[in-house]
Design a protein around this ligand. Sequence first.
Ligand SMILES: [Zn+2]
Length: 113
Amino acid sequence: MRYCCVIGCSNANAKTECRDKTFFTFPLKNSQLLQVWLKNIGRQGFMPSCSSLICSDHFEENSYSTCRFTKRRLLKQEAVPIIFSKTPKQTPKVGLTSSATDGNNMQPDGTKQ
Ligand SMILES: [Zn+2]
């Protein structure tokens, strides 16, 4: 089982109650975007690996597109996690201006073996 790495979030990809959630890996290849994610998550010194996950609870609905084949949620390339239960009223965190994006979506990696 792999857990969402957000502090205070105990969602995990193998939990039954998390069936409807989607788990995403970090944008490790996009260091600019990755910095924004890490800043928003606020975990000091946290360095995500390719197996680190963040769940769909932390993204706004318009951060996703739906795969027309699998109907699974895909994270838009420029999406950043901005919803954290500990800070619900916090002003939205900064996003990225789409400069280096080419329209490819990142693949969620929560349920893949
Ligand atoms: Zn989470």
